[in-house]
Design a protein around this ligand. Structure first.
Ligand SMILES: [Zn+2]
Length: 505
């Protein structure tokens, strides 16, 4: 029975050419085409997973084998998330479909272990994805840390030998040839934290020569360091494509701070770097508590020995860092056994000072939401013309961004705050990320583009999720189509598996 179902799913939903006469008419659509242009009314004809033609309302062909009456609802391109975690071969990405996402970018923050680091590398993962079928499209990246491991470089290594550099470049080139869009960095994490300028330049050369993209996680996102950290990325590929993931200014406050950062980035573009960024629309970050620790306490350091030898120094460092980041009430644990508790609460219940509590957990002791950003800065960055939207979420992450980002874009930024027009907001989620990733056939509604579409009434979109109940799905995105097939409807994912692993064009 299971086999039969799988075969059915395969033939109905996989091969776009399975039925030569497969066609879909979406009538009475209010089209927002993803370019930022003004809304218009139309009927859309989809054939074999591709937008075939666009007609005046009521003038679309009546011969389509399937039809959807949009009933005056918005029809926009499916949203393209520029920074995503998780593995769609092993997990359901229903929470992404629920907020209109039809393409995710994976292998971020320096780690692509499940994507390029597993059996058979990226080609092996693609084979497994093809066999299982994908709910949505995937843009694969190569994680710097994963490339480093595959090249046999031990974590703590700083200056690479010529042979190690050669192995690193060779591994990255292989990934790019297998379809990776570029290199993701995790310069605040192990092993990226050990990478020096020469290593980054060597990798940047490979990226520039293949017109691939570099996507950060930067060396630091702190107020005092963020411009230097962007400068380090730009220096990797001064004539190339450089993208700052989850752009933010930790501790930075006010409009002038955001303006200063945006002006700095505009200056880099003037010198020839194709520099872009994405933002998730929340004032808390979410990451491992390792972010609180000094580099000298991170792996491969023997943490047990370190605590015996330098405990006072460590506790002093942690105490200052916790204070600098807003105090123990500004950290909300997302992982068990403390999920839903602030550091202040958890430490108090344990009868320990916050620094001692964190030291006992250790740098790998869990993940948390960190309330370290100013809403004014977030909103100003998001409004910039070169800044797109991302979730930095996963199917399981305990941060509202993973379930709410695109609903928040519509509900909060467009409908409640009037900070963005609907057309501009949709552009940040579709046409702009497609441009950044050089996707020639997605992100815009016009003939010849893939039929990744989302149908919704803006006033009905709800974010639902919160820091306390982060796994509530968004509502209001009525129908989500991936490759011309309905992937999400009636508040649940369908069995459709029309997602594709995209290739750099
Ligand atoms: Zn990151």
């Amino acid at each position: 029975m299971r086999k039969a179902l799988k075969a059915l799913a395969c033939c109905l939903f996989l091969g776009t050419g399975a039925y030569a006469d497969d066609s879909l008419l979406i009538s009475n659509a209010v089209v927002i085409d993803g370019t930022g242009a003004a809304t218009f009314s139309a009927d859309l004809l989809v054939e074999d997973g591709v937008i075939k033609s666009i007609h005046a309302p009521g003038e679309g062909p009546k011969t389509a084998s399937r039809s959807i009456d949009a009933k005056g609802r918005v029809v926009a391109p499916g949203f393209i998330d520029l920074h995503t975690h998780g593995d769609p071969v092993a997990q359901s990405f229903e929470n992404f479909l629920a907020m209109g996402v039809t393409t995710v970018t994976l292998g971020m923050d320096g780690s692509s272990d499940s994507l390029t680091g597993g059996e058979g590398g990226l080609a092996g993962w693609k084979k497994r994805a093809g066999a299982k079928g994908l709910q949505l499209n995937v843009i694969p990246l190569s994680g710097h840390g994963t490339v480093r491991h595959l090249a046999g470089i031990p974590d703590g290594t700083r200056a690479l030998s010529p042979a190690q550099t050669e192995a690193l470049q060779r591994t990255l080139r292989q990934d790019l040839a297998a379809g990776s869009f570029g290199l993701s960095l995790g310069l605040e994490y192990v092993p990226g934290v050990y990478a020096e300028t020469a290593e980054l330049r060597a990798l940047g050369d490979v990226i520039t020569n293949t017109d691939a993209i570099i996507m950060s996680h930067m060396r630091s996102e702190d107020d005092a360091d963020v411009e230097d950290a962007i400068g380090e990325l730009v220096a990797m590929a001064p004539r190339g494509r450089v993208h700052v993931s989850h752009l933010k200014v930790v501790y930075g406050k006010g409009e002038a701070r955001a303006d200063g950062l945006l002006a700095f980035m505009a200056g880099k573009r003037e010198t020839g770097t194709r520099l872009t960024a994405d933002v998730y629309p929340y004032a808390a970050s979410y990451t491992g508590i390792g972010i609180l620790f000094p580099e000298w306490a991170l792996p491969p350091t023997d943490y047990t020995a370190l605590r015996q030898q330098r405990d006072d120094e460590l506790l002093d460092y942690l105490g200052k860092r916790i204070t600098r980041r807003g105090g123990p009430a500004a950290l909300l644990f997302g992982t068990q056994p403390y999920a839903g508790q602030t550091l202040a609460e958890a430490a108090k219940a344990a009868g320990k000072p916050p620094a001692g509590f964190i030291a006992d957990l250790g740098p790998r002791g869990g993940s948390a939401a960190h309330f370290v950003m100013d809403r004014t800065v977030v909103d100003k960055l998001l409004a910039d013309a070169n800044v797109a939207l991302s979730t930095d979420g996963s199917p399981t992450m305990r941060h509202p961004r993973a379930f709410g980002t695109y609903a928040r874009l519509i509900e909060y930024y467009v409908m409640q705050q009037n900070q963005l027009s609907l057309e501009a907001a949709i552009h940040k989620a579709t046409g702009l990320p497609a441009q950044i990733m050089q996707l020639a056939d997605r992100g815009v509604i016009k003939p010849g583009m893939a039929a990744d579409l989302v149908i919704f009434t803006p006033a009905n979109v709800r974010e639902n999720t919160s820091y306390i109940a982060p796994h509530e799905k968004a509502t209001g995105f009525d129908i989500v189509l991936v490759g011309g097939y309905i992937a999400y409807q009636d508040n649940k994912a369908t069995p459709a598996r029309a997602g594709q692993v995209l290739r750099l064009q």
